[in-house]
Design a protein around this ligand. Structure first.
Ligand code: UD1
Length: 424
């Protein structure tokens, strides 16, 4: 086990290149199961979650070969099982995304109920409702879901909530169904558009991705394709916030500004300056920043995946901020850790009221989930003195080389074995 050690209060300065998107690459890897031909994927981030999804599809017989710096060749022609291994599935909720493609192409799947970040109940009812509407018979027992269908049939599906994962799973299943599927109240995240682009490059017919109504005309067979994964908007926004929170001046390369509108709007309200240029976004700020209110919403609203990091920034903003979490019911686990660093935060139901203080002080804290971990890195960079973050395995799930990238921006941050650090 390693810890991240930060000596705070250095201003981030310089350029950082954003990696391929974690939340886009996971469904894209699952979509490779839709064809028996080879797919070539580019801009794959090096992340534990990507290894986990590689494990899920690799153990079922898919061949996966790295190529070049960030490429992967994937061939699911050699698939020999429709039972993704429990050992991998329990680690990551997104493993459940193999359900749709397996049902679509093979007509059968047996998968354990998924694991992942502990940020609420996170049920899978909408995924199952979608598969059932497409004609699959579904049995849930002893922690496993078994689903079967001779050939799925297109259907009209209304999602009670625009779930990202359910939209992706249904899109992949419907791509090989007989007839047309319409998903209403679908998720409109950029990662959905990325997946639709891949399915279309494979010979599928998906329209409306990025809007609340997605139409999928099923085809008999999909073929191999080449696909470059979009840049990670959550990693980009995390670096933007880290830059602003330290009063820094950082230029982000490999970003798609329209994907970052909500975070950019809120950062501007705090007084940070954001400049879009042809090759990226420059973020500059003078401290202290101003308090702002935030409410998480499905895209294009403010992303729940940025709530914890923005809260870290607001702990030293001038005034009081109200942060309302509407997407997950238990996503304030970072609050106690930020309080250990001196933050003044009170939780009232789905809201957290943050009263800005002059500064945070370094402390020994624990990453309770992926984005909470990123928030603690930002808090550590802002704080006076030393911060030691444990359970950094959560951070490794979704941030490629966060320590190296922060070091290159001038942060005093390192990873060390936990046992060697005096705090442990
Ligand atoms: C994805 C993202 C995650 C992000 C989340 C919301 C990936 C790999 N992960 O997760 O980083 O935080 O979107 O933007 O892309 N729900 C149900 N029933 C279901 C499915 C979901 O009630 O069948 C609820 C969830 O409990 C949650 C809400 O819908 O309250 C949003 O979940 P969803 O959009 O499905 O998130 P994920 O796809 O798991």
């Amino acid at each position: 086990m390693e810890v991240i050690v930060i000596q705070g209060q250095s201003r981030l300065q310089g350029r950082v290149t954003i990696s391929g998107s974690k939340n886009a690459v996971l469904p894209v890897l699952a979509a490779c199961l839709l064809t028996e031909e080879e797919c070539y994927l580019e801009d794959i981030p090096r992340l534990v979650d990507v290894d986990t999804m590689g494990g899920v599809i690799g153990e079922m017989g898919c061949s996966i070969y790295p190529e070049g710096v960030n490429g992967l060749r994937i061939n699911a022609g050699s698939l020999r099982s429709v039972e993704p291994p429990y050992e991998y599935v329990r680690r990551m909720r997104a493993s459940f995304l193999v359900m749709g493609p397996l049902l679509g192409r093979i007509g059968r799947v047996k998968i354990s109920l998924p694991g992942g970040c502990a940020i609420g109940a996170r049920p899978i009812d909408l995924h199952l409702k979608g598969m059932a509407a497409l004609g699959a018979s579904i049995k849930v027992s002893k922690g496993y879901v078994e689903a079967e269908a001779t050939r799925l049939k297109g259907a009209s599906i209304y999602l009670d909530y625009p779930s990202v994962g359910a939209t992706e799973n249904i899109m992949m299943a419907a791509a090989l169904a007989e007839g047309t599927t319409v998903i209403e109240n679908a998720a409109g995240e950029p990662e959905i558009v990325d997946l639709a682009n891949l399915i279309n490059n494979m010979g599928g017919h998906v329209t409306g991705a990025g809007t609340r109504v997605i139409k999928i005309e099923g085809v008999k067979k999909l073929h191999g394709a080449r696909h470059a994964v979009i840049p990670d908007r959550i990693e980009a926004a995390t670096f933007m916030i880290a830059a602003a929170a330290t009063g820094g001046d950082v230029f982000l390369e490999n970003v798609i500004p329209p994907h970052l509108k909500a975070v950019m709007a809120k950062l501007s309200e705090t007084g940070a300056s954001l400049q879009e240029e042809d090759s990226g976004i420059r973020v500059r700020a003078d401290l202290p920043l101003k308090a702002v209110d935030i409410k998480t919403m499905p895209y294009p609203g403010f992303p729940t995946d940025m709530q914890a990091q923005f809260m870290a920034l607001l702990t030293t903003a001038r005034g009081s901020s109200v942060i309302t979490e509407t997407v997950f019911e238990n996503r304030f686990m970072h609050v106690n850790e930020l309080k250990r660093m001196g933050a003044n935060i009170v939780i009232e139901g789905h809201c957290a009221v943050v009263k800005g203080r002059k500064s945070l002080s370094g402390a020994k804290v624990k990453a309770t989930d992926l984005r909470a971990g990123a928030a603690l890195v930002i808090a550590g960079l802002m704080a006076e003195g030393e911060t030691v973050i444990s359970c950094v395995n959560h951070i490794d799930r979704g941030y490629e080389n966060i320590v190296g990238k922060m070091q290159a921006l001038g942060a005093n941050i390192k990873r060390v074995p936990a046992l060697k650090h005096a705090a442990f």
